[in-house]
Write a protein that binds this ligand. Structure first.
Ligand code: GDP
Ligand code: FE
Ligand code: FE
Length: 214
C-alpha cells in the first residue's frame, strides 16, 4: 500500500508517521512480532493472544483490539536496554525517576509510541493497553485490564497462585485484575524489588473504583 509520509513537529523535534494508516491489520502485526522476537518470547506472546481472546469473548471486549494489543504488547522487549533508555528519553516517555532505574518497564510505552508515530497506528485504546501492560495505570479501561492480566496469567506462567488468578479473571475482569495487581505487589515486596509509583497509583485507583461496582 502506498502511504504519504507526513512530518509532525513537536517540542522534541520532528516525528515522522505514515498518514492514512489507521488500522494495523492483524497479519502485519504478526509479521512485526515474528521479525522482532526470539522463539521463546514469541511463544509467550502467542499464549497471551490465546488467553486474551478467550477472556475478550467472555467479557465482551472487541476481539480484534484484544488480538492486536496482545500480539504487540512485548514488541520492543528485546531491544537493548541502553537503546530503550536512549529512545525513551528522546521520545519524552520518561515520567518518573524510577523509570530511569528500571529500564525493563519501558518496553510497553516504547512499543506504543513507535506504533503511533512510526507506523501511524491510531487506536488509542489498543495503544494504551500496550503502553500500560507492565505497570497498569490509573483509569484503566477494560482492554488495558485484559492485556495487563492476560500477560501475567497466560498458559506458560506457572507460579503457585496462577490458576486462582485465571479463574478470578474469568469470573470478573475487574476483580481479577485487582487480584493480579495484588499478586504483583506482593511478589515485588517478597523479592525486595521497588514498587514503581505508577503501579501504586494504578492499584489504588482500581481498588477504589471496584468498591463501587456491583
Ligand atoms: P513480560 O514483558 O511479559 O516479561 O512482563 P511484564 O511486561 O509484565 O514485566 C516486565 C518486568 O517488570 C517483570 O519482571 C515484572 O516483575 C516487572 N515489574 C512489574 N511491575 C513492577 C514494579 O512496580 N516495579 C518494578 N521494579 N518492576 C516491576
Ligand atoms: Fe512486557
Ligand atoms: Fe509479556
Amino acid at each position: 500500500m502506498k502511504v504519504d509520509i507526513l512530518e509532525v513537529r513537536d517540542i522534541l523535534g520532528i516525528r515522522k508517521y505514515w498518514k492514512g494508516v489507521d488500522s494495523l491489520e492483524i497479519e502485519e502485526a504478526y509479521e512485526l512480532v515474528e521479525n522482532s522476537l526470539s522463539p521463546n518470547r514469541l511463544q509467550h506472546t502467542l499464549s497471551v493472544v490465546k488467553w486474551a481472546l478467550e477472556l475478550s469473548k467472555k467479557h465482551g471486549v472487541e476481539e480484534k483490539k484484544a488480538h492486536l494489543a496482545a500480539l504487540l504488547h512485548d514488541l520492543k522487549k528485546e531491544v537493548d536496554k541502553n537503546k530503550q533508555l536512549e529512545y525513551a528519553k528522546k521520545w519524552g516517555i520518561i515520567k518518573f525517576k524510577e523509570d530511569l532505574e528500571n529500564p525493563h518497564i519501558l518496553h510497553g510505552p516504547l512499543a506504543a509510541y513507535w506504533l503511533e508515530y512510526y507506523k501511524g497506528y491510531k487506536d488509542k485504546e489498543v495503544l494504551r493497553a500496550i503502553a500500560h501492560h507492565t505497570l497498569g495505570a490509573p483509569g484503566m479501561g477494560i482492554l488495558e485490564m485484559l492485556i495487563y492480566s492476560a500477560d501475567l496469567t497466560e498458559e506458560t506462567r506457572n507460579y503457585p497462585q496462577v490458576d486462582k488468578l485465571r479463574q478470578s479473571l474469568y469470573d470478573n475482569l475487574e476483580q481479577g485484575t485487582l487480584a493480579c495487581m495484588e499478586h504483583t505487589i506482593a511478589y515485588l515486596k517478597k523479592t525486595k524489588r521497588p514498587i514503581h509509583p505508577q503501579t501504586r497509583l494504578a492499584y489504588e485507583d482500581l481498588k477504589r473504583r471496584t468498591q463501587f461496582a456491583k
